[in-house]
Design a protein around this ligand. Structure first.
Ligand SMILES: [Zn+2]
Length: 279
């Protein structure tokens, strides 16, 4: 889609599956299963949709999917299906990984940062976007490199430590601009330093909400993932954000929705729903 001077292209790094109960926290299964049916292992179907931003400045990608380094056990547990990967999606957009100049991380969990690195022919781990600078929030970098028992399974060092070793890492301490029209805002909640990306051009706003609103089934404020470390922070941020998104007609990019890459959040008779953006 076109947003002012910018061209926004939702990409896809394939699909995966996570436990439906964990994806909806305190919401009972009879309610969430209507929006997201579970498979025989109680998992729901999810996408991984990094966002490509192009304009007069640098070619930027937000997050990069799960990548190809997951071991067979994880591929089974998470039902990872990468018949179509980020490379296919970039090719459809007329690009290769080498054309990306800036890689921006919403946070460093493996389903967002897995595609940041790859194994080279000699088996060493190298940046996957070889001509890019990688931008990570300073405190998120700290948390990812100092995991605790509750978040250790989400932060895999192979996805981000090689960026520092290669000298392509730029740490950003606060909210602020990345390239013209693109800025980040910390949400907390999912992780203490999880951030969303505001994209503003031509008087319109699009938002890459990452794990604040992972799918269209998560637009109701209390539909919060059990994975979130600070769910009350998610609730406070999401309640205000969703109100703002409805009033100002933000285009929302849903990183994990299995079907809908982007849409508007609408409200009718007190019920919230997503009007998908025509592809
Ligand atoms: Zn995620």
């Amino acid at each position: 889609m076109t947003l002012g001077d910018l061209e926004l292209t939702p990409l896809l790094d394939g699909f995966f599956r996570l436990d439906g109960g964990a994806m909806f926290g305190v919401v009972p299964k009879p309610l969430w299963a209507k929006r997201a049916p579970a498979d025989e292992r109680n998992r729901i179907h999810l996408g991984m949709r990094p966002l490509l931003v192009r304009g007069s400045t640098k070619r930027l990608i937000i997050d990069a999917g799960i990548g190809d380094k997951m071991d067979p056990k994880s591929v089974d547990i998470y039902g990872i299906d990468r018949a179509r990967t980020l490379d296919h999606a970039l090719a459809d957009a007329g690009l290769t990984a080498a054309d990306i100049e800036v890689v921006l991380a919403s946070h460093l969990h493996f389903d967002h940062a897995g595609g940041f690195t790859e194994k080279s022919a000699t088996g060493s781990l190298v940046p996957r976007f070889r001509n890019a600078r990688y931008i990570v929030r300073t405190a998120e970098w700290h948390d990812a490199t100092h995991p605790h028992e509750r978040n250790r399974a989400s932060y895999l060092a192979e996805n981000f430590v090689p960026l520092k070793d290669a000298g392509v890492l730029d740490l950003m301490p606060d909210d602020g601009p990345i390239i013209p029209g693109v800025r980040v805002i910390r949400t907390g909640g999912h992780a203490m330093h999880h951030q969303i990306v505001m994209i503003e051009s031509g008087g319109r706003t699009a938002v890459f909400t990452a794990d604040l609103i992972p799918t269209t089934a998560h637009i109701d404020p209390p539909w919060i993932m059990g994975y979130d470390l600070y769910p009350m922070d998610t609730l406070a941020f999401k309640r205000a954000f969703v109100r703002e998104a409805i009033e100002r007609e933000y285009v929302i990019f849903f990183e994990h929705d299995p079907k809908v890459a982007a849409g508007y959040i609408r409200e009718k008779d007190g019920r919230k729903y997503v009007e998908p953006l025509a592809a």
